[in-house]
Design a protein around this ligand. Structure first.
Ligand code: ZN
Length: 259
C-alpha cells in the first residue's frame, strides 16, 4: 500500500506540475489514486489511462475552447479537489470496496469501470463539442445556446460521447480491469451516465445571471468581476454534483445490466 501511495504521489505530482491539477486537486488525486492502486495494479493503470485521456482531450485546442467558453463555464482546464472527487469518487469507493470485500473484487471492478467511463464519456463529449466551432442546442428549449453550456447538445459532442464510452471501455479491458465479456456493459454504462449528465444539466442544474452583462452563466463571479445571482435550476445542483450523478448512473447501469 505504501508503494501504491508513493506511485500515486509521483503521478499526481507530474499532473500538477503540467498544470492539469490545482493544489487541492493534487491532494484529491493522490488519495483516489493511492486507494485505486492499493486495490490492484489494473485499477491504477485504468485510472492513469483515464486521466491522461481526459487531460489530453482538454489540451487539444485549449486556447480556442477557452475563448469560446470563457463567458459560461465555471472552471477552466485545471481540475480542483471537487472536480477530482466528482469524477473519481465513485471509482475510489469501489476500490475501497474491493479492498474490504476481496470476494466481490471482480464485480466492483466492473462497477467502478462503469462509473469512470461515464465521467470520461461526458468529458469527451464536452471537449469534442467545444472544439467544434458551431453552436450547440439546448436540449430543454431546442434553441441555440452558448458553447460550453450544461445540457447543450451537438452532433460532434454526441459522437465524442459514444466513441469515448466505447474506447474507454476498451481501455478498461486492455488495462486488465474488466474481462472481454463486460466491455459492452461498461460501454452502455458510460453512455447512460453521460446522457443522464446532459439531461440533468439541461433541466435542473443551477444557472446564474450576471446583472452587469445581462447574460446567463455558470460562474459564481462572472468573468467581468460581477457576483452573479441564482437564475434558474436547483441552486445547490452545480456542475460537480451533476458529475457525481453521472458516475453513479454509470455504476448503477452496470449493476442493472447484471454482472
Ligand atoms: Zn458579467
Amino acid at each position: 500500500m505504501a508503494t501504491a501511495f508513493g506511485l500515486a504521489a509521483l503521478i499526481a505530482g507530474i499532473a500538477w506540475r503540467s498544470g492539469s491539477l490545482s493544489k487541492s486537486g493534487l491532494l484529491a488525486a493522490f488519495l483516489v489514486g493511492g486507494t485505486a492502486m492499493s486495490a490492484g495494479s489494473s485499477w491504477g493503470r485504468f485510472l492513469v489511462l483515464w486521466f491522461v485521456s481526459a487531460s489530453l482531450a482538454s489540451r487539444i485546442g485549449r486556447r480556442q475552447k477557452e475563448r469560446a467558453t470563457a463567458d459560461v463555464v465555471a472552471k477552466g482546464g485545471q481540475r480542483d479537489a471537487a472536480q477530482v472527487l466528482a469524477n473519481g469518487g465513485v471509482y475510489g469507493l469501489c476500490a475501497v470496496g474491493a479492498l474490504v470485500l476481496p470476494t466481490q473484487a471482480a464485480l466492483l471492478a466492473t462497477v467502478g469501470a462503469g462509473a469512470l467511463v461515464a465521467a470520461g464519456a461526458d468529458t469527451l463529449a464536452t471537449e469534442t463539442g467545444t472544439l467544434w466551432r458551431g453552436q450547440p442546442w439546448s436540449l430543454r428549449t431546442g434553441s441555440r445556446v452558448p458553447t460550453g453550456s450544461s445540457g447543450a447538445v451537438s452532433v460532434p459532442g454526441t459522437l465524442g460521447m459514444l466513441l469515448g464510452a466505447w474506447l474507454l471501455a476498451l481501455g478498461a479491458l486492455f488495462t486488465g480491469l474488466i474481462p472481454a465479456d463486460r466491455v459492452f456493459h461498461v460501454t452502455l454504462a458510460g453512455m447512460a451516465g453521460a446522457t443522464a449528465d446532459t439531461l440533468v444539466g439541461a433541466w435542473w442544474q443551477t444557472r446564474r445571471w450576471c446583472p452587469t452583462c445581462e447574460r446567463e452563466t455558470e460562474q459564481s463571479v462572472h468573468q467581468c468581476g460581477t457576483t452573479t445571482q441564482p437564475w434558474r435550476g436547483l441552486p445547490w445542483l452545480d456542475n460537480d454534483r451533476v458529475n457525481v450523478l453521472c458516475t453513479a448512473v454509470g455504476a448503477a447501469t452496470v449493476l442493472l445490466l447484471g454482472v
